[in-house]
Each structure stands twice: as C-alpha cells, then as structure tokens.
Write a protein that binds this ligand. Structure first.
Ligand SMILES: *[C@@H]1O[C@H](CO)[C@@H](O)[C@H](O)[C@H]1NC(C)=O
Ligand SMILES: *[C@@H]1O[C@H](CO)[C@@H](O)[C@H](O)[C@H]1NC(C)=O
Length: 449
C-alpha cells in the first residue's frame, strides 16, 4: 500500500521562454485534515462533546438538504433558481494546497458533491473572516482571468460577463451568495512526503470577491470533485486517468491520518460497484449514485423491498456516496427495518432520546464499540458483489457519558434520498474510476498507507 502514495514529478526544462516549465504529474497525493483536528482552522478546543455532536448533526442535515436540492433540481417545485448552484459550505475533510506564484497556502474542503473550486480573493468587497491570509491575485504572476467567449466560461452554467471577464455566481440553499471571477492559476500540492512539491499550471477556479450571508465557519475554499466539466478532477481528467481515491482515518482518533490520491496511484482495491447511470440535467447526472441492493445486520438480511433505493425520475430516492456528509441517511422504510433489527440484536438497553428524535441510542460507551460482540456488524450489499462491512465504530458513536447512538438516520423528508456519509467510510479506501464508472470501497488502515 505504500506504493500508492508514490508519484512522479516530471520537469521539462524549457530554456528559452519565461513559461514555467512544469508538467502536470500523473499522480499525486495530499494529506487530509479533519475539521475537528487541532491542525484545522475550525478547531475549537473549548467545544464540548455535546456541542460537537449537535453541530455535526446540524451540518449533516444541511448537507442532506443541499444534495436533495441538487438531485431534484429538475423538478420545478423545489428551486426557482434553476441556473445556479445551491450548496451550503459544509464538509469535514480539508486539503492543504498552494495557489499562485509565489505560492500562498490555502485550506480547502474536498467536496464530491460540487463542481467549482473557489477561494476568497482580494480585493474582497465582502468577505467572511478566514484565518489564513486571503489570496491576492495581483501578487500572483501566473494568475489569469478568462474571457467571456472562452470555452471554459461557457461550460459554467451560472455565469455572467463584465468587461469581457467571465464571472460566476453561486447561490446557496440559505440564500447566501458567492460571486467572483473565473480564473486560472498554478496549484501547488504538497504530497504526503513533505519534501515533494508539485505544481500544476492553469487550474480553473472561482476567485470570490463577494461572499455574503450565512457563513458560520471560516472557510478558505472548496475543491469541487463531482463529475461536471469544471470540477478539479474533470479538468485534470485525462492526465489523472479520471481517478482519485481517499481514505478517511478514524474520526475519534485525533492522531489518525487521512489521505487523498489523484491519478494512477489512486487506490482501487477489491470488487467495485458500478455508478448508477441517471438521465437528466448535468447537475444530477454528475452525482455519485450507487446501487444499494440490500442490508444485513449481523447474519440477517433485511430483505429491503426491491426498488426501495431506486432513483425516481423526479430525482428522489437513490443512494449517493458523499465526502461531505457526516451521518448516513437511509430511505425511511429501509431505516425502520434496520433500526428494528439492530434493536433485536443489541444486548444494551435503549437510551431514551428526547421524543421526536430519530437517532437510536443505547446505554453504552466507547468500549462497546470496540469489543466486537455488543454491536452487530451492518453489511451494505451493492450491485456487482461489493459488500461493505460497517463495524460498530462506523455505525455508532459516543453521544455523551452514558449513551452511544446510531450514525445512521432516516431521510427526514419525503425525498427518500439515501447518503453514505463519511463516518461510514472511515478506514476504507474509496476509489472513484470515473471513466469506467466504478467505485471501489475496501477496508484498510489509512494510517498505514
Ligand atoms: C474565524 O476567524 C476569526 C478571525 O481569525 C476568529 O476570530 C474566529 O474565532 C474564527 N471562527 C471559527 C469558527 O473558527
Ligand atoms: C418515499 O417513500 C414513500 C414510502 O415508500 C413513498 O410513499 C413516497 O412516494 C416516496 N417519495 C418519493 C418522492 O419518491
């Protein structure tokens, strides 16, 4: 597994011009930082466990709403702004990268659920506070805006034009907005080997000069990883063989490491499952939908009725694998079967959450998540023969001094969208082979990679 983080940096020296003579590498990797880790700009040492659980729950619900908006975009009843993207700034794993020449350090959330990569830029009409310095394009010798008639400008659906400079606008679900130039510059990626630095020319991103609204956290930017044409992975598609993988370390182990790998060395282990082909607008077809067939709790199959997880033509239903949602959401019918079977198999006493709360909690503690007997393994059976075993520490977590609670929730509205969240993906190599339309999910230890 050590081999997956190796990469090749090719330097082609062009002597006679001032062009920067660096080729795009075929593969590179970067460390990921969890928002609750001490390295993160969001780290709040005074947050209690209860505070963190509450805000995590809140973020998961916001994220669910975002993905629901996106998935059901084609149905006119939900969003009047069919032209613009709608997403809240949530997500849990950040990648450090450099932008510009000379390079400035950015900390960007990786997001398999969005397209445009963007950062706050100077001069900022309206900026939300961020801890790292704001990117200043006037100080980067390699920064370029793009013209309105360029091919890339036309690929972005929510665009405008100002003195022939391509402008983007993003409106969020909560009516926050971000607006700025669509530009290109050098992206520098620090590999997991600190000494090795890679620079990729002319990556397109949004340089935000106005970000207004409800930004509660300090975000410096987002790396968009969905399948639309301007996402980070699509821009580098052919170079990186349309592949990337990540491994999220154990969320409760503050010293665990997480990694993202782009290109040839991305981890594609075991049996893959196909991405679901979905008709409809690009915003919908570019989401990573998987075909979940059934679920087992311990040895018992739930026999979830066929079609429960299917995508409807209105964009409801379906199963999305997502980097930015913490909890896992299941179709309410499947969730009821699951929660009941878990209850049957648990030896712990139920812990009564407040009425109306949908989480299922038991009297227990962290040791019960590790002993291998108290909590049953939950297996997700995907099309193509991929079975993903979720261990107790995937499906439960410590809620407070006396209880552990399921990290799986029922879809809370009528859209019935299921989302495989990032807690369920801890210590798994999750590989996306976009050209082949396959997703690999394989258990492993991210720390060892
Ligand atoms: C955001 O950044 C500001 C300025 O550095 C800081 O005072 C504030 O505590 C940060 N907020 C969060 C949630 O990290
Ligand atoms: C969601 O599932 C319920 C129960 O199976 C069903 O009655 C409802 O029509 C579904 N909603 C959508 C939007 O498909």
């Amino acid at each position: 597994m050590a081999a997956i983080i190796l990469f090749l940096l090719l330097l082609s020296i062009i002597t006679s011009t001032s062009a920067i003579p660096i080729n795009t590498p075929k593969s590179f990797s970067a460390k990921l930082i969890h928002r609750d880790s001490p390295d993160s700009p969001f780290y709040n040492p005074t947050a209690t466990l209860a505070n963190r659980r509450r805000s995590a729950h809140q973020r998961s619900l916001q994220r669910y709403n975002y993905l629901r908006h996106r998935a059901t975009k084609s149905s006119s009843s939900i969003t009047p702004q069919a032209q613009s993207d709608i997403y809240p700034i949530t997500g849990d794993y950040m990648m450090q990268l450099n932008l510009g020449t000379p390079p400035m350090t950015m900390m960007a959330i990786i997001d398999t659920g969005s397209e445009l990569t963007w950062f706050q830029c100077e001069p900022c009409d309206t900026c939300f506070p961020q801890n790292l310095p704001i990117f200043d394009p006037s100080r980067s010798s390699t920064y370029k805006t793009i013209s309105c008639d360029s091919e890339n400008c036309n690929k972005f659906h929510a665009r405008a034009c100002e003195q022939n400079i391509c402008i983007y606008t993003i409106e969020y679900a909560d009516e926050s907005t971000s607006e700025g130039y669509i530009a290109t510059d050098y992206f520098g990626v620090a590999s997991s080997k600190d000494s090795e630095k890679i620079s990729i020319p002319d990556i397109l991103f949004g340089c935000s000069y106005t970000a207004m609204g409800n930004f509660r956290e300090n975000i410096t930017g987002i790396i968009g990883l969905d399948m639309r044409p301007l996402s980070f992975i699509s821009q580098l598609g052919d170079t990186l063989d349309w592949r990337f993988s990540y491994c999220f370390g154990r969320a409760t182990h503050t010293d665990s490491s997480s990694l993202i790998v782009f290109g040839d060395d991305a981890a594609m282990f075991g049996t893959p499952t196909p991405m679901v082909k979905q008709d409809g607008p690009e915003a919908v077809t570019s989401i990573y939908y998987l075909n979940l067939l059934d679920i087992s709790v311990g040895e018992d199959r739930l026999y979830v009725p066929q079609g429960t997880f299917s995508l409807s033509s209105e964009g409801g239903g379906g199963v999305i694998i997502d980097s930015g949602t913490e909890m896992t959401f299941l179709h309410p019918d499947a969730y009821e079967l699951l929660a009941w079977k878990v209850y049957e198999k648990m030896t712990l006493m139920p812990w009564n959450a407040k009425s109306g709360e949908t989480q299922r909690c038991y009297m227990g503690n962290a040791e019960h998540l590790e002993d291998g007997v108290t909590v049953p393994v939950i297996t997700l059976h995907f099309q193509g023969g991929l079975d993903v075993e979720l261990q107790p520490w995937h499906t439960f977590r410590v809620q407070n001094a006396e209880a552990i609670c399921l990290t799986l929730l029922p879809s809370h509205d009528m859209a019935n969208i299921s989302i495989i969240g990032n807690l369920a993906q801890q210590n798994m190599f999750v590989g996306y082979a976009i050209k082949e339309r396959l997703v690999y999910i394989f258990p492993g230890n991210c720390d060892a990679s």
